[in-house]
Design a protein around this ligand. Sequence first.
Ligand code: DPP
Ligand code: ZN
Length: 858
Amino acid sequence: PPLIRRENYAPFPWLVPETHLAFTLGLEETLVVATLTLERNPAADPSPAIRLDGDGISPRSVAIDGEPAGDWWLDDGDLVITLPAESHTLRIETVISPTANSQLMGLYASNGMLCTQCEAEGFRRITFFPDRPDVLSTYTVRMEGPKDAFPVLLSNGNKVAEGGEGAVHWAEWHDPWPKPSYLFALVAGNLVARKDSFTTMNGRHVDLAIWVRGEDLPRTGHAMESLKKSMRWDEEVFGREYDLDVFNIVAVGDFNMGAMENKGLNVFNTKYVLADPETATDGDYDGIEGVIAHEYFHNWSGNRVTCRDWFQLSLKEGFTVLRDQLFSQDMQGEAVKRIEDVRLLRGVQFPEDSGPLAHPIRPDSFREISNFYTPTIYNKGAEVIRMMRTMAGPERFRRGTDLYFERHDGEAATCEDFIRAMEEGAALDLAQMRLWYSQAGTPKVDVTLAHDGETATLRLRQTVPPTPGQPDKQPMPIPLRLALFDRESGRHRGEELIVLAGEEETFSWSGFAERPILSINRGFSAPVTIERDMPADDLLFLAAHDDDPFARYEAMQELVLGHLVAAVGDGLSDQAIEAGRAAIGEALRAVLNDPGIDDAMRGELMMLPSQTYIAEALLVADPARIHAERESLKAWLARALESDLLPLYERTSGAVAGMDPAARGARKVRTQVLVFLAAGNPDRAAQIAAAQYDGARTMTDRQGALMVLTGLSAPQRTHALIDFYNRYQGNALVIDKWFSLQASSLHPAAIEHVKALAHHADFTLRNPNRVRSLYMAFAGNPHAFHAASGEGYRMIADLIIALDPINAQTAARFVTPLGRWRRIEPGRAALMRAELERIAGQPGLSRDTFEQVSRSLG
Ligand code: DPP
Ligand code: ZN
């Protein structure tokens, strides 16, 4: 498959002002009649023919200006037609089979309904079209089908007509806003709606509806509330108003991604719509609120202003992730949300940036765009725009986004357009900042703080590591929020923002009789790793006293990380181990008992750095050693602090139900306590967890207890797993949790459990949520995935090979964990590599999997 390059962008030679689509719907067979008006694009090089993208379809008929066309041919799946004049009307008939579409791209069947997913290049599986984001067209869609199978017919925009007699009915929808093909959507099925309405800031009445299967209706309330909050928030914070009379959301059980922002008709994975306290955790509630907001916000950052080409994907995704993060911060509290976002960034994006799949947030080339819906494009993209916001401040940042929306409304824009609007609107000089768009890799900042007389001198040095195709890097601007704490008073003089722009810079402050304590990268103001030698006492001080909650969290993480990295790396003397553990124990005890922090924050501070994060800090990791050291620290802490943990469990067991912050915080802490106890006192933990399981009034409590039990070899384990399955059989999202908990468990036999679960009657390769619930959980479970025998690697490779022909996009996602081999100790690395080679040797590999495997081996 060819490499597509950003530098080769050229505008499409034709404009498509109007697109009319007529569907005769059927699960087995759907007839599509596409009628396009075409005009030569004055801004492009003229072309005697038109090339319309197609993927796995063939035309049943082609007509130009009402006459059957003769001069057309298929080239590599695309339809090429000679067009003599300046403007034409083109009519193309295709027949597609939704039921046979297991890739879930284009038009497909799910549970008896029909739905579409077109981003990025799915529209070409429905009809021939210039399937690229810079061709904007006004769509009119007519759907006709059996009333009993498809009582509800939805598409983008507003419904303008409907009718039908007897068994067949039809509806016509019109979307007044020109859009690229990736935002087209159609849904037909037996659905019911939760309906509501919203009045916009300028008084426009909007009908809202969330469409689900009948039995799911009671679980749509939270999604609807989240939608209304998002609409209000985007008006208040970004000045963005909704622009149609209806906004529809449809929940689908078979979906490759989280959700999709089609104009006026968002299609969602059920996971991000359905919730009630009995079946969804507090985390699920937050996920729904965040994803509903994300897709809604795309209406401006993505739809009204879209992308010129897919290399600009972060233009809409990075920006929209930042917008949804800011929204969730406002809804749930800034500190905890920021910590969660940083944990995600470090857990998935930093490893991507240091591995074979590293790419800049604006990539230069790809073979399959589906492979670039990555944590780098999304989450690092958000961090880059967040840095601009930090440097400009919220008001100037808003002037920048206002200018961007105003200037590019109705256009397909580039990242460069965004940067320019930000430079002008927010009055920022972003010349050097552009490097964040072009250079991959997580910068490392070495920090030393010297003290001499009354002067404190901070020396900062940055390095941006080499990444595939980018051996040499230039220094990038790194905005760092910092504070210097006076040892005497325990206070700082006020936070400052400095920008490290050169490779090495020094900053100094006078008036410090003693060496101050440095709190740096507060709020995680830059997506970098900080390297510094900080005495344990100073970290203990920050963990207990820093007024920036993120910095407190960070100090805890740094304390534990430093200890574990040393323990895994060089091996520590018994004495050093004891001292390290004692310091961590002291910090954790303070966290457990500090009345000044709320439980949501306490829960965060109690979490030890993940194995992935520890591995990232090591050049080459031995997953077994990391696992052993981390578990043994946990066990030690649990035993040393048992007399603090048990009362904390007692206290937090008071508030059982309720969705208020206090009850949610209590649930989080309770489960964290159980996690510690499971390591230090498994019998006691099993007893408490079993009681929590039996008495649970929320899924958060039930899942937390089951997670802990699943990791133990206790008799209560089997009982709870059977009960959970029986209780929720038939509820796909909850059964996903049941698969996931077993695949991610600390149980020594987790790998055997996964093998057995793959043969469970409820397991299927056809449903992405189910596949991920078993195998993503497994691939993220270090002690099982990295079994020294290589069996874990073999299982993931077997999965990729089996899944690739069914759902290539999902299969390719599983290459990432195997691609980490360069950073793993040599024995395992060889086994991982061998599995990648075995996959590469399969005939007929998809473009998706081929690209990821070859980059991973490369
Ligand atoms: N554009 C979608 C989203 O990120 C993914 N296809 O919302
Ligand atoms: Zn998005």
